[in-house]
Write a protein that binds this ligand. Structure first.
Ligand SMILES: *[C@@H]1O[C@H](CO)[C@@H](O)[C@H](O)[C@H]1NC(C)=O
Length: 167
């Protein structure tokens, strides 16, 4: 059982940038959904059709999708590359999956790897910050819970503390 003292040092509230997380593959680009002809040597990417089609301002004409030519930075195991979005990936199953040009993929891993799991990416030119709560154990310095779980946890801890004080 945690003592009231221990509960009170379970501090939380931490702001961090949360990246999109998906699988990255590569393909041979041609005429992309954005209407430009790109090649294997260009640093471009196709985003999952789900992401492309739900991007704010998207219409039935993919050429005018506001996501076109936006730059994203993809990180994978300490390596990164910045690419322009020029295409839509119908074969991408996850909303945050990416299909990269071979040149872009080369910056992240050897092509023989084929599919990168947990590639993290975000828009390069925008600071789209999302608040994230992380419950940290201040004794060990380790994150106990993060995201929605942390918020739920923090609420529960507070109500537990409240009940303990009352009793
Ligand atoms: C994609 O292709 C267009 C038209 O061919 C070109 O202008 C653009 O620079 C290419 N994008 C990148 C990132 O190379």
């Amino acid at each position: 059982m945690l003592s009231l003292f221990q509960l009170s040092v379970l501090s939380f509230l931490f702001i961090s940038v949360v990246a999109n997380n998906g699988e990255a593959t590569f393909y041979d680009p041609g005429l992309g959904a954005c209407g430009t002809q790109n090649t294997s040597g260009d640093l471009i990417a196709a985003v999952a059709q789900e992401f492309f089609d739900s991007y704010p301002g998207a219409t039935s004409n993919p050429n005018t999708n506001p996501i076109c030519n936006k730059r994203i930075t993809v990180n994978y195991q300490g390596r990164s590359v910045t690419v322009a979005i020029t295409d839509r990936c119908p074969g991408c199953k996850g909303k945050y999956d990416l299909d990269l040009s071979p040149a872009a993929f080369d910056h992240l891993a050897d092509r023989s790897v084929g599919r990168l799991h947990e590639a993290q990416w975000d828009f390069a030119d925008e600071h789209r910050r999302r608040a994230e709560f992380i419950v940290k154990n201040t004794f060990t310095g380790r994150d106990v819970f993060s995201g929605r779980d942390a918020r739920r946890m923090a609420r529960r801890r507070r109500s537990e503390m409240h009940i303990r004080r009352m009793s």
